[in-house]
Write a protein that binds this ligand. Structure first.
Ligand code: MG
Length: 450
């Protein structure tokens, strides 16, 4: 039996096991009790989405909320719709990059941001304590369908001052796109056409039947790589099922690594105007090198979109995001947004006059390696404390777990909030050095467990 994953920004589980109708109703009711009376509901395309959406909608009505359904759409479209429609909150029904058997509720506050720790804890406590009241018959909510949310989102990007639509339409980029049959399929092909691209789409039927493991990391993009080798294009894009993360492939069909989606966006935006950059603790140090070139600071936060988004708002950052392909541009909204990342990439490519592979090669080059160590009964905090003692003379950052900083490399050790593991991430100028560093710390952890 799988466990229900509860975090401040929502709940996630396997449909029919941990994510049962009862659980969906309890958390939806708790959210409604905390948030207020007008809730936007959107979902990705996965097969269980229809079932979960009916449960969520019915529960919101029972709580006396009016529901604005916006249908299948990317998660950033739900976030933006909450803001645009002046709703009191939103629920995106999506398990993001998780496989087909999963689904989840991502909870959004009235500002279009995911719930933060304080708001999220309130919802979890209410759900666990059954602390909410159902409406009586005369106070039940009603349902509306709003069919323009995708169009609104597309329009918000197309009117960005950095996007030169006329020039892009003249340039006519050839673009391959893989939406893994997720929610990106109802957004991307049309959006890329609006940007003047000649679109070659694969896996763009929004039926939620993922033809490959849906996380857009290089090992899952072999089909798109092969497609690009057979059908020449200027650039390839791949998104996860809720289209907040973008991966980029060059004209040879090689994935440039999802860290470089954000690196490209940061380099482009800082070239337009200088300002603070906010990224999470695990994001590539290519960002620091790029920002140093423009003389602007990089602020690092805990891992997780809400941490980055809130800090961006506080610092009035000009750009930010997470290295997993999640670009946040405050002009559109404070959430990771794959369509925004795609538009910036195309404009950048056009202005550079380079090929994608050359543009990538012009950035500082690092390679990242991710591993995890299963801990069983051993406490992750204890292990991390011991490692910090052992390496007390090494420069360290404690923003999220511990990150040891070396001259041209780093290693980041974080416990998971949902599994008994420690994540080990290392970055260095070459893949071999990154591997070596990650392995060294993995071995240290294993020894400390004995
Ligand atoms: Mg996602």
């Amino acid at each position: 039996m799988s466990r229900l994953m509860v975090s401040v920004s929502g709940i996630r589980g396997i449909v029919g096991e941990s994510l049962t109708p009862d659980v969906v109703q309890r958390y939806t009711a708790a959210f409604a009790a905390s948030m207020g009376r007008r809730i936007v509901v959107g979902r990705d395309s996965r097969v269980s989405g229809e079932m979960v959406e009916h449960l969520v909608t019915g529960t919101l009505l029972a709580m006396g909320c009016d529901v604005i359904r916006i249908g299948i759409c990317p998660t950033p479209t739900v976030q933006l719709a909450v803001e645009n429609l002046k709703a009191s909150g939103g629920i995106a029904i999506t398990a993001s990059h998780n496989p087909i058997e999963w689904n989840a509720l991502k909870l959004i506050g009235p500002d279009g941001l995911f719930l933060d720790e304080q708001q999220g804890r309130q919802v979890v406590e209410r759900a666990e304590g059954g602390d909410y009241e159902l409406a009586t018959w005369e106070r039940l909510g009603k349902v509306d369908f709003y069919g323009e949310a995708i169009r609104d989102h597309q329009a918000a990007i197309l009117k960005l001052p950095f996007v030169d639509l006329e020039a892009l339409r003249r340039r006519k980029f050839r673009v391959a796109i893989d939406c893994v049959n997720g929610a990106g399929a109802v957004f991307f092909p049309e959006f890329l056409q609006q940007l003047g691209c000649e679109v070659r789409a694969i896996n763009c039927t929004p039926d939620g039947r993922f033809p490959h493991t849906p996380e857009p990391v290089p090992e899952n993009l072999t089909q798109l790589s092969r497609f690009i080798r057979e059908h020449p294009v200027d650039v390839g894009f791949a998104v996860d099922p809720d289209a907040d993360r973008l991966a980029i492939l060059n004209e040879k069909g090689e994935p440039i690594g999802e860290e470089y989606t954000l690196a490209l966006a940061v380099a482009f935006i800082l070239g337009k105007r200088k300002g603070k950059v906010v990224v999470n603790a695990s994001t590539t140090r290519a960002i620091d090198d790029i920002a140093a070139g423009f003389g602007v600071p990089v602020i690092r936060t805990k891992v997780g979109e809400i941490h980055v988004a809130k800090r961006m708002r506080e610092e009035q950052a000009v750009i930010g995001g997470e290295g997993n392909g999640g670009v946040i541009l405050p002009e559109v909204h404070l959430g990771r947004d794959a369509p925004v990342a795609a538009a910036l990439t195309l404009q950048h490519l056009m202005e550079s006059g380079k090929r994608l592979s050359e543009l990538h090669a012009s950035l500082p080059q690092y390679r990242m390696v991710k591993m995890k160590v299963e801990l069983g009964e051993v406490s992750p905090d204890e292990i991390i404390t011991k490692l910090v003692e052992k390496h007390s003379s090494t420069e360290a950052d404690f923003t999220d777990g511990v990150k040891f900083l070396f001259d041209r490399s780093w290693v980041h050790l974080r416990k998971s909030n949902t599994e008994p593991i420690i994540r080990v991430m290392a970055e260095a100028p070459t893949a071999e050095e990154a591997h070596q560093l990650a392995r060294r710390f993995r071995n240290e952890i294993t020894r400390l467990m004995e």
